[in-house]
Design a protein around this ligand. Sequence first.
Ligand SMILES: [Mn+2]
Length: 341
Amino acid sequence: MMDFIHKSISKEIESALKQAGNVVIITHINPDGDAIGSSLGLYHYLKSAGKAVHVITPNSYPAFLHWLPGNSEILEFNQAYAKAKKLISEADILFHLDFNDPGRMDAMKDHVSKNSKATKILIDHHPKPVAFNDIEISDIRASSTAELVFYLIKALNGKLLTDRTICECLFTGIMTDTGCFSFNSSLPSTYQAVASIMESGIDKDRIYNLVYNNFSEARMKLLGYGLDKKMKVINQYHTAFISLSEEELKKYNFNTGDSEGFVNFPLSIKGIRFSALFLEKKDHVKISFRSHGNFPVNEFSAKHFNGGGHLNAAGGESYHSLDDTIKMFISLLPEYNNWLM
Ligand SMILES: [Mn+2]
């Protein structure tokens, strides 16, 4: 069994919780399945433990996560600004879930740093967290933050892991952050957690359908268009990418989450080891990177595209035009020849 949660850490969290009345769980901007799943799993656990607890996200998240139990209780900072600010100011504990840098809180960052006296607890699996917490559970070996929350709950009060509501949320986090167990999922600990989660009686197939078979017709057509007309394969560098302009996204009635998973498709071409997706937004280009093997897309993104993330999955941003961004991307590839060959 992995020692994700050291005894001294769970003791510290236990005693912090004992003294706390108000707890707020914060996750990162553009929350994904792990951000929402881990936050709601912890939310339901803390509620069962008798805490006043709230989840706050910096902004909205895709509709395929809206079915999760507790979804309607989540506050979006940019929508419920006054209430969220008050809750953060009054919190005794702030949990920071699934991010390693306070900048990932976006506009909430300043409010948290100026107006919160809470004990700050990090639960995350991204590399090298910035020091902004009092207590840290940070482990890149974990498949997901949801897996770490599972082991934290197990250490605090494992009896509650029979709760189906908690387990549905944690399963969603693990499933989405591993691409249905296709990456970041080579350790027994992940399956030990999932085995225990299955004991709670969750309907895994229902969850899969709610998350993955829930797309609009327009999204499927955008994917088809992206693959057919907008994918470029650069065999020399084992690289492929898709780019979509603001106009193209508009034509397909683009909604948050519609491009989820697009970046993974080029990686299933034989020989392709590096994939990117460029989406033109109003004032920047949003970029996703994926790789097979050792090529560190988090370092690539941090160095050239204002981003970061995991070894094989990272995000980034560019403030150049879409065309210039792509030109820059292509021009960087020779530098990484040794990694990509
Ligand atoms: Mn995650």
